[in-house]
Design a protein around this ligand. Structure first.
Ligand code: NAD
Length: 261
């Protein structure tokens, strides 16, 4: 930490980050579970993390397939009953506004692409549309027999495990442990990071691979790494250029104010 007061320290980092964002030609963002903590969704790891309460094995593909009747009630409780009530916070909303803001000279969105590890749909609800869902999303269910995707409606989740009209088992359309990254999401993330000259990395430990490669691809392309995380991550000491040590919603309120000044 700096010898400066924490508030002055953060303010100078915010001003520095705003300068980089204003000057960026291809700004992207990469978000993790931390951005949704202020919306009431806990991360997986650390104090208050979901894995302190629930058994992560219910998200292992083999164990889900062997006992869907045991896994589904827990999945419904966490990802539909609990996550389903969450609303976007000021950080999600600020990122959506950055996408809509026209940046001179081409008049394209200031934020070109938002790559998220999250499956909670909050970026979409906030209004972001240039989203890559690296780990899929919980909004849709995938039939493991016929491949059909449907909205995860309360009707479908009334009887567990939910089944398709073809008789096949539905699985949430996010990746479980033991599954690969959707190829198009992987390709698009690599392409966007390779073109970027600045990246906002928000609320990620940097421990989940291959997602954690995204900021590293951006670094290799010469991008400035702006990290928002009240703690330190695997990125902080290795690739981060500007660390804003604040919670995401507060950091983005300050950043928007600075960008508007
Ligand atoms: P993580 O759970 O490993 O780490 C969360 C990070 O967020 C930590 O570095 C922590 O310091 C930081 N953080 C905590 N509060 C914050 C705040 N208010 N503002 C900003 N940062 C804050 O998360 P991860 O690295 O994203 O990996 C877990 C994986 O699990 C993700 O890839 C994701 O797929 C999944 N996940 C998703 C959700 C969701 O969709 N909201 C929730 C839990 C886990």
């Amino acid at each position: 930490m700096s010898a400066e007061e924490p508030a002055a320290f953060s303010a100078s980092r915010i001003a520095e980050a705003a300068r980089v964002i204003r000057g960026a030609r291809h700004l992207i963002a990469f978000t993790g579970a931390g951005i949704s903590v202020e919306s009431g969704i806990p991360p997986f790891r650390g104090p208050g993390g979901l894995w302190n309460t629930y058994d992560p094995r219910m998200l292992e593909l083999d164990s889900f397939l062997a006992h869907p009747e045991k896994a589904w009630p827990v999945i419904k409780e966490i990802f539909y009953d609990h996550f389903g009530k969450a609303k976007p916070n000021d950080a999600h909303l600020a990122l959506a506004r950055l996408e809509k803001q026209r940046a001179a000279p081409e008049g394209r969105g200031r934020l070109r692409c938002l790559i998220t590890q999250n499956i909670d749909n909050l970026h979409y609800l906030a209004g972001s549309r240039a989203i890559v869902e690296f780990h899929g999303n919980s909004r849709l269910l995938l039939c493991l027999s016929c491949g059909k995707r449907v909205e995860a409606s309360p009707d479908l989740l009334a009887t567990l495990p939910p089944r398709c009209a073809c008789g096949g088992l539905y699985k949430p359309d996010f990746i479980f442990f033991g599954e690969g990254i959707p190829p198009e999401a992987h390709r698009r993330s690599e392409r966007e990071a390779g073109q970027s000259d600045a990246i906002l990395v928000v609320g990620s430990t940097g421990e989940v691979y291959p997602a954690a490669l995204v900021p590293r691809w951006a670094k290799d392309a010469g991008a400035t790494i702006i990290e928002v995380n009240p703690g330190e991550s695997e990125f902080t000491a290795s690739i981060t250029d500007i660390h804003i040590p604040l919670k995401a919603a507060e950091a983005f309120r300050l950043l928007e104010k600075e960008l508007a000044s």
